[in-house]
Design a protein around this ligand. Structure first.
Ligand code: GDG
Length: 746
């Protein structure tokens, strides 16, 4: 799809299920009301930051697409328009929206990603409508996309959208942020095969994918590599055509707003009101939406255990548990609410007396200043979800501790725990640990609390919600530059056509073909990587053209190449240039290249130590080299072992001069120095008048050949790493198509 028009200023487009505004009726008049929530303040902050920077790159008004029943005209016609946002409602028919939002989002992804597989629904119709809804988002957005836009898609409701946009807008900058946790591979793979593959591909449509914590990023990368097999380089995923960055952006809060508003008169008045009822007791506070992820029942059981284990706190402590109504028309939520209320009743019954009740339970939503008052005046914030992407309440609680007097008990299952290590971290499933944590919190010295809290406050003040949004957008803008740095010159159709044209117009050609990783994929056992009928056919066709001179140039032993290519009318180079056999002639062998038997033995002995310590690795002895293969070993362990082996081999090479260490694709090889694939290539092309030279190779050892080729040669690296070659063919499977293309047009 063509991008609409060129614009100087770039726009930021936010796409999320919820819009930042709702249309409400007030005094018989429809007006726009701004919704609260972290994301709205983050994007508002981003917009004002852009304005204050007088940015020459971005427009300050942000386009926001989200689900609504209202039309664009309705949004535009009501009072209360915002200077910061242009609102674009996405209308989804209610029958689709039900399966999409309540079904796939709330009953499949939400429980599964929060590690509740047993209550996860796996309904095909839910997924079908999830796809349809993502498509409706796409259909609404795509006509309005302009060149240079930055599209930032949010959360689990829209995981297919980046892929849908990418299919049509190849160069657009697209970011995606997941607000909930991304589970481990074992959990993620419970999704039906088609769903999980499409979700991964959908997400990989983005240039930058953000998560709250490093653990979630790692889980995602692991799923990508296991499910799609893409190569991972640090935090980059190398897909067929693109590089996707995966990074960690722990969302923050509007720290100043919480901290300042907590000191406001309105909050102070609310505090006085609260303290009228609990004047002397220590106050523990929690607030969460009614949800099974929040660990509400576990928290109550932990508090009950505390009252049992530490009876000295009787009449001296009150736990104010606020549960915000949510989805309570659904049986599971009704059930949960009943269980919570039963537990509250049991605890009250067990411990209360006429003048004291250990729990104040409220099932309601709090006014903003009431919330701030409770944050500020409570001695302990007890936030113990069983799983939570980040958990903003914990950060808001800390922001309101202006005198650093209230301590936080925080679940280690909340994303926030990665940043808030000075909190009292607990396993929310362990009632004893919760009980102890409450006791520790209530008895902690004011100095220690101050020390711990002030450290955390500094951190969350610094990386606040504005820093978070700015950081994400900033990184998204830098991605294109990073791509250039990591640049690989992917062979495009246009380049391919140019090469074919050159090939067609030439009369005397030479083609160097590496074998493993170029003509055939790698195999766990090298001997199994045999050419197969297709490869042999292809080589025969190429060498059948009288204008072509074909050289199979490999690290393989002579015996292997002889076995497979002796009737192919090709030249052969074995063991990286140690042996050469021109068409119809015998092998040429340089006498001085053979490694002394004793030295070979020493090299093998060193390698054996590493073979024993790295299961799956093995040694191959060639005529003139010894090779340690680690393709079949655990990649992480093999990496460590290969580094150790290299350093030991370097010492030995220094001792016996004339040896060379060669690092190939999952191999470390010791051979005699002084020749390589480059020297063989020179033997072929020196003093010759080829008018078309082509070389294909995937390995580090092929770089020697790329380096010696004259400028007019076409050199192609198979794979995605940087290279001396002119172009990259990213996947080995594509090599055959490319060569077929030459044959067809030659
Ligand atoms: C997703 C992820 C991640 C709550 N009760 C009341 C009230 N709140 C406000 C809090 C806080 C927010 O709601 C809840 O914070 P969460 O962190 O749970 O945010 P969600 O958007 O629900 O959840 C979560 C988050 O996205 C951000 O990426 O942290 O893990 O699930 O801001 O203050 N506000 C008022 N009255 C209440 O009764 N006024």
């Amino acid at each position: 799809m063509k991008l609409n028009i060129n614009k100087k200023l770039k726009r930021i487009i936010i796409v999320s299920y919820r819009l930042p505004f709702s249309i409400i009726e007030e005094n018989g008049k429809k007006i726009l009301r701004q919704n609260t929530g972290g994301l709205v303040s983050a994007i508002l902050g981003l917009s004002s930051k852009i304005q204050s920077m007088n940015s020459e790159s971005f427009t300050s008004k942000i386009q926001w697409f989200g689900y609504s029943e209202h039309t664009k005209e309705e949004f535009d016609s009501v009072e209360g328009q915002s200077d910061s946002f242009d609102i674009f409602p996405v209308n989804i028919p209610s029958e689709i929206n039900k399966n999409y939002y309540e079904g796939f989002c709330n009953d499949t992804i939400w429980p599964l990603f929060h590690y509740f597989p047993t209550i996860t629904e796996f309904e095909n119709s839910y997924y079908d409508d999830y796809k349809k809804a993502n498509q409706i988002f796409y259909d609404t957005i795509s006509p309005l996309i302009l060149q240079g836009d930055y599209v930032w898609v949010h959360d689990y409701q829209l995981m297919l959208l980046p892929g849908m946009i990418r299919e049509k807008f190849i160069d657009l900058s697209i970011g995606f942020f997941l607000h909930i946790s991304f589970p481990s591979f074992e959990i993620f793979m419970l999704l039906h095969r088609q769903w999980r593959e499409e979700i991964i591909e959908g997400l990989l449509g983005a240039d930058l994918i953000g998560f709250h914590t490093n653990d979630y990023s790692r889980n995602f990368i692991n799923s990508v590599s296991r499910i799609r097999g893409y190569e991972i380089k640090m935090h980059y995923v190398i897909t067929k055509r693109r590089i996707v960055k995966v990074d960690t952006f722990p969302i923050g809060i509007d720290y100043d707003k919480f901290s300042n508003d907590a000191q406001s008169e309105r909050t102070q008045n609310e505090i006085k009101e609260i303290r009228k009822y609990i004047p002397k007791s220590k106050l523990i506070f929690s607030v969460d939406r009614l949800d099974y992820t929040k660990g509400l029942l576990n928290r109550l059981i932990g508090y009950e255990r505390f009252l049992e284990d530490y009876p000295e706190w009787k009449e001296k402590v009150v736990f104010n548990m606020v549960v915000v109504p949510s989805r309570d028309s659904i049986p599971r939520y009704q059930e949960m609410k009943k269980e919570i209320e039963a537990a509250v009743g049991r605890i009250q019954g067990k411990f209360s007396n006429l003048s004291w009740k250990p729990i104040v339970y409220q099932y309601k939503s709090l006014e903003y200043f009431e919330l701030l008052a409770l944050y500020s005046t409570s001695d302990v914030g007890m936030i113990t979800p069983l799983r939570d992407g980040m958990n903003l309440v914990s950060k808001e609680y800390l922001a309101c501790q202006n005198s650093n007097e209230g301590i936080l008990i925080l679940s280690e299952m909340a994303g926030a725990s990665a940043e808030l290590g000075e909190a009292i971290l607990v396993n929310p499933n362990d009632a004893n640990e919760l009980a102890e944590a409450i006791h520790q919190a209530l008895t902690m010295s004011p100095d220690e609390i101050r020390e711990r809290v002030s450290r955390m406050r500094i951190r969350i003040n610094k990386y606040n919600v504005f820093a978070w949004a700015f950081d994400f957008i900033n990184q998204l803008t830098l991605i294109k530059e990073e791509h250039t740095m990591l640049e690989i010159k992917v062979m495009t159709e246009i380049i391919e056509r140019q090469i074919i044209e050159k090939y067609k117009n030439s009369m005397k050609r030479i083609i160097f073909l590496d074998y493993d990783g170029t003509m055939v994929p790698f195999s766990a056992i090298p001997e199994n990587a045999t050419p197969g009928v297709n490869v042999l056919e292809l080589i025969k066709k190429l060498s059948g053209d009288t204008n072509n001179e074909i050289v199979i140039i490999s690290g393989r032993k002579r015996i292997f190449l002889d076995k497979w290519f002796s009737d192919c009318n090709v030249n052969l180079v074995a063991e990286h240039g140690l042996f050469m056999r021109r068409k119809g002639q015998d092998w040429e062998l340089k006498k001085d290249i053979i490694i002394d038997k004793e030295i070979k033995q020493n090299i093998s002995e060193i390698m054996e130590k590493y073979t024993d310590r790295c299961h799956g690795s093995f040694i191959e002895e060639k005529e003139a080299a010894v090779v340690w293969h680690f393709r079949n070993a655990d990649p992480e362990l093999a990496f460590v072992r290969s580094q150790e082996l290299k350093s030991e081999l370097f010492d030995m090479i220094n001792y016996y001069s004339g040896l060379q260490l060669l690092e190939g694709n999952k191999v470390i090889e010791v051979k005699k120095a002084g020749f390589n694939k480059g020297t063989s290539v020179n033997d072929f092309i020196q003093n010759s008048d080829y008018d078309f030279i082509l070389a294909l190779g995937d390995d580090v050892t092929d770089e020697d050949m790329f380096q010696v080729l004259p400028d007019r040669a076409v050199s192609i690296k198979i794979g995605k790493t940087q290279t001396y070659a002119k172009y990259n063919i990213v996947f080995q499977e594509l090599v055959h198509n490319f060569l077929e293309g030459l044959i067809k047009n030659g």
